[in-house]
Write a protein that binds this ligand. Structure first.
Ligand SMILES: O=P(O)(O)OP(=O)(O)OP(=O)(O)OC[C@H]1O[C@@H](n2cnc3c(O)ncnc32)[C@H](O)[C@@H]1O
Ligand SMILES: [Mg+2]
Length: 201
């Protein structure tokens, strides 16, 4: 079977991607599945697009294979768009999901529900050696909860109510999250690219 490499070390993203790629005959592999030691690509960009391209190009250059990278994060309006591109390292470089979401809740203390609007953003960069790169962007609008709720998902899922829902992403099943998520929407825009390369199941 064909393979595609996702330039990520985030296992939560990979759970989403495995389901999102299920309609296609392709095996998805993360950097954690590759035995070799690949360098950590520094995310020095100031936008999701720049960082997604840095990650995809960095790995595609080394492996000389097609690579997809995902740069994503949470933008909270009452925090001026933070944590944004710093979502993974909001509470420190050790990238702790629980500390990150606690920091968002602490910074939103006293802010009323209707002012807790936020969105998840996912930018996907596809880089194939010798070809023009492709970028897609998915957005999932919602609101930040007052407390963490739910055990599913990863990252900020326990504090995010997607618009029109009264459960957080972490209270939904993976399949439910994948119907509405920012990652799903970014993947949807890649449909034509995917169809030209992989057979549907
Ligand atoms: O760079 P890679 O190796 O892919 O892994 P990462 O965790 O560092 O990923 P990012 O740099 O893209 O940072 C995105 C952060 O935003 C959060 N995030 C992204 N998508 C999410 C989702 O679907 N649900 C919850 N949190 C999400 C999560 O905390 C991530 O750590
Ligand atoms: Mg990262």
């Amino acid at each position: 079977m064909k393979e595609i490499i996702i330039a990520t070390k985030n296992q939560g993203k990979m759970v989403d991607f495995k389901k999102l790629f299920a309609p296609y005959q392709v095996e998805v592999k993360s950097l954690l599945d590759l035995g070799e030691t690949l360098p950590d690509i520094e995310e020095t960009g100031s936008t999701f697009e720049e960082n997604a391209l840095l990650k995809a190009k960095g790995i595609a250059d080394i492996l000389q294979l097609p690579v997809i990278a995902d740069d994503s994060g949470l933008e909270v309006d009452a925090l001026g768009g933070d944590p944004g591109v710093y979502s993974a390292r909001y509470a420190g470089l050790e990238k702790n999901d629980e500390k990150n979401l606690e920091k968002v809740l602490k910074n939103l203390q006293g802010i009323e529900n209707d002012k807790r609007t936020a969105r998840f953003i996912c930018v996907l960069a596809v880089v194939e050696p010798g070809k023009k790169e492709v970028l897609t962007k998915g957005i999932c609008e919602g609101r930040i909860s007052n407390n963490p709720r739910g055990e599913n998902g990863f990252g900020y899922d326990p504090i995010f109510f997607p618009i029109g829902k009264d459960v957080t992403l972490a209270e939904m099943s993976g399949d439910e999250k994948n119907k509405i998520s920012h990652r799903r929407q970014a993947m949807h825009q890649l449909k034509d690219w995917l169809k030209t390369r992989y057979e549907e199941r």
